[in-house]
Design a protein around this ligand. Structure first.
Ligand SMILES: NC(=O)c1ccc[n+]([C@@H]2O[C@H](COP(=O)([O-])OP(=O)(O)OC[C@H]3O[C@@H](n4cnc5c(N)ncnc54)[C@H](O)[C@@H]3O)[C@@H](O)[C@H]2O)c1
Length: 364
């Protein structure tokens, strides 16, 4: 058991700033941050200074525009939150420099990257690699997982999840986003880990084949790519999973989940905002749930927990990573889990390019 605080670094100071919640913890010391964009680095410097002052801490933080420089410091663990399609090269660099890694999602952008990531993690058994899928840390997802593992639903037959997140297309003008951005430019179905990740975690399963379709309807006049994808997966245990990712039509912002087992169902309430949506359930063992659904008051966080940072999930995920380093345990979302939640999106995208052809998802 490591007693000293873990020296922690961040690369990518937009989403990466969610890790500033760690400043309030005594077992973590933020020692280095990095962004190649001078404006992002300067803005982060201001934010970090005021956050440190707010928690009464005085530690030295190194500010770097070069990732290589950050890796040359005595930082022990790095949170990789750079561009969505460029995580793997930075992860491999960190592992080769002897640093533990938590990587933002999608964990991999290509099949070749998945192979390279798996090999790099295997080459460094002394280091931790964790996939940073925060939605797996939502309280209702963790409770569904426990209920499923206890057998309350029987065996999964079908599950579905949706991530819907449109932006006002007027903000997507090329001058506002001079380079590609995950939300506007990448194939939507490749951004499926917030949906597929929690389902696979609940079901303890993985996808073996996929057929995916992408609508031809285009909404944003500034971006040429349709940003909605619908994929049907078959899993190793024989269930079917449907995933819908929609970034362009007017869908607002929502996540929906549904699990159907041989002895019951669990679903989120589509009529309520995510923050307040309860779970609705039917159980063969609970009288009265043949026609009616049982409302279970499960939300993003458990009662009394902080709701900051995606309903408290960001902080719980980061603290799990820190705990794995201190206690020398395997991260719950390890490299296999990370690949199993991202690779299906890559193959689904391939399927959509081939008109929905059923494709096998390689097992690595
Ligand atoms: N889990 C979640 O809820 C969640 C939410 C938002 C974003 N994300 C993920 O986080 C990642 C970042 O998202 P974002 O919206 O902040 O993206 P972004 O593209 O807006 O920002 C990325 C930042 O990383 C910096 N950067 C890129 N390459 C770098 C390098 N080699 N060295 C130093 N800095 C570098 C850029 O300058 C930029 O400031 C993406 O993978 C995204 O998918 C996850």
């Amino acid at each position: 058991m490591k007693k000293e605080p873990v020296r922690f670094g961040i690369v990518g100071l937009k989403r990466g700033l969610c890790a500033l919640s760690l400043l309030r913890e005594d077992n973590v010391l933020l020692t280095a941050v990095c962004d190649s964009d001078p404006a992002a680095l300067a803005a982060a410097k201001e934010t970090i200074r005021s956050e440190l002052a707010a928690c009464g801490k005085t530690q030295e933080v190194g500010y770097f525009s070069s990732y290589e420089e950050l890796l040359r410091t005595d930082v022990e663990a790095v949170y990789i939150a750079n561009y969505a399609t460029e995580h793997v090269p930075l992860v491999i660099q960190a592992l080769e420099a002897g640093k533990h890694v938590i990587s933002e999602i999608p964990t991999v952008d290509t099949l070749e990257e998945a192979r390279a990531l798996k090999a790099a993690v295997a080459a460094h058994p002394e280091l931790k690699y964790m996939a940073g899928e925060n939605c797996c840390y939502w309280a209702f997802i963790q409770a569904w997982k426990q209920m499923y593992r206890e057998g309350k639903l029987g065996q999964a037959v079908y599950a579905e999840a949706e991530y819907l997140h449109c932006a006002d297309w007027r903000s997507m003008k090329p001058e506002n986003y001079p380079r590609e951005h995950w939300r506007f430019d990448h194939p939507a179905i490749k951004y499926l880990t917030h949906s597929l990740g929690p389902l696979l975690d609940i079901l303890d399963d993985h996808c073996v084949s996929v057929s995916c379709m992408v609508p031809d309807v285009k909404y944003n006049p500034y971006r040429d790519k349709p940003k909605t994808g619908v994929a049907l997966f078959k899993t190793a245990k024989g269930a079917v999973i449907r995933i819908l990712i929609g970034f362009d039509a007017y869908v607002g912002m929502d996540h929906n989940y549904y699990v159907m087992g041989t002895r019951g169902t669990l679903e989120t309430d589509r009529t309520a905002p995510l923050e307040t949506a309860s779970t609705y359930a039917k159980f063969a063992d609970v009288p009265g749930t043949y026609y009616n659904k049982l409302e279970i008051p499960l939300h993003l966080s458990f009662p009394g927990e902080s709701t900051a940072g995606h309903g408290g999930a960001d902080h719980k995920m980061l603290m799990d990573f820190i705990r794995c380093i201190q206690e020398d345990t395997r991260p719950p979302l390890d490299v296999d889990a990370g690949i199993r939640m991202s690779l299906p999106g890559i193959i689904a995208h391939e399927s959509s390019l081939r008109g929905g052809e059923l494709l096998t998802i390689p097992e690595l």
